[in-house]
Design a protein. Structure first.
Length: 334
């Protein structure tokens, strides 16, 4: 197969995988649904604030994420605002009724109350779950079509338990919402800086180490698969008036992240921003950026694509932090 034929086949597989991922019922209300909302994890107006010519990038679009024999990049193009970090698992009624209250610029100007923190966390969890299911369906559909049963082994037991944990977290937030209560959180940082960044994110960071390298979670230990680790919700939300809202927080019950909170409290603002940039580059691909950030992201390809989450060696993590610091790769300054 040549590259054109491969791309056509990938498109067919993605289309079929997306059909299975959507399912038939809304992930929030549970009602049958035939037309799901194309809902953004990062508010649409935030993505528009950094888009150039209506386009943005994220790490999986910038480099070869499926680096097999063909070294073919499945996600070649940078999408438009409407297609960026979306999920198709909730109905339009739920999207409007539940999330519309946080999807406007005025919310970013005010203090984030418990309701806003809960809704951002819920949206992040829904997107994470949707993405994991979609990627698994892509692998399964592709393996079935091309009789490559071995590739299904990529879906491991840690993935299964990770899905169980995320489902439980979602159910906790849904239960609180249904009963007009809120999950309690601890704030690591909540600031508005006088700069509009060229990237944005709403992501959950499940960290094996604190920022300074103290072990806080054993994410890969076989004895810990049934344990819930939680994560740090990280929001970087550029605003129209050349400012950016930055919030990091976690569920109060996950005291394992208290160490990170303490470390951040001892940092100056510039150090905090460098730390946030480093953590995003090392631990997640759930952020988007424009051309101003693109070249630096490509330069840090090895840092981004290396699976540090499943690497128990703290020295490898600290080496990545040092590498990013020495090369002054800080997305807040790009």
């Amino acid at each position: 197969m040549n590259e054109i034929e491969i791309n056509k086949e990938i498109s067919r597989i993605k289309k079929e995988a997306n059909k299975y991922t959507k399912g038939t019922n809304c992930a929030l209300c549970g009602k049958a649904c035939t037309s799901f909302c194309n809902s953004h994890t990062i508010p649409r107006f935030v993505i528009k604030n950094i888009a150039q010519n209506g386009k943005v990038y994220n790490p999986s679009m910038t480099m070869d994420t499926f680096d097999l024999k063909t070294k073919l990049n499945v996600f070649k193009s940078n999408p438009g605002v409407e297609e960026t970090l979306t999920l198709d698992s909730i109905c339009r009624e739920c999207d409007n009724m539940v999330f519309s209250c946080v999807e406007n610029e005025e919310v970013l100007e005010n203090e984030f109350n418990a309701k806003v923190l809960n809704l951002y966390a819920l949206k992040i969890l829904l997107h994470t779950q949707y993405t994991k299911i979609r990627d698994t369906n892509f692998i399964n559909v592709g393996a079935e079509k091309h009789q490559m049963s071995d590739i299904a082994n990529l879906i491991s037991m840690p993935w299964v338990f990770d899905m169980i944990e995320s489902t439980r977290e979602i159910e906790d937030y849904k239960f609180a919402m249904k009963n007009n209560t809120y999950i309690k959180h601890k704030i690591i940082i909540d600031k508005i800086i006088n700069k509009k960044t060229n990237f944005c994110c709403t992501a959950e960071l499940a960290l094996p180490f604190s920022y300074n390298g103290k072990r806080i979670n054993n994410l890969c230990g076989i004895d810990n698969y049934a344990k819930r680790f939680g994560g740090i919700y990280t929001l970087v939300l550029p605003m129209r008036n050349n400012r950016t809202r930055i919030v990091m927080y976690y569920r109060r019950k996950y005291s394992n992240y208290d160490t990170v909170k303490e470390e951040f409290s001892n940092m100056e603002l510039d150090e905090q921003l460098q730390a946030i940039s480093n953590l995003l580059l090392i631990y997640t691909e759930e952020f988007v950026y424009n051309d101003n950030v693109l070249q630096s992201i490509k330069f840090a390809k090895d840092i981004i694509m290396d699976d540090i989450v499943n690497d128990p060696n703290v020295n490898n993590y600290l080496r990545k932090v040092e590498w990013l610091n020495n090369r002054q790769i800080n997305m807040f300054n790009l």
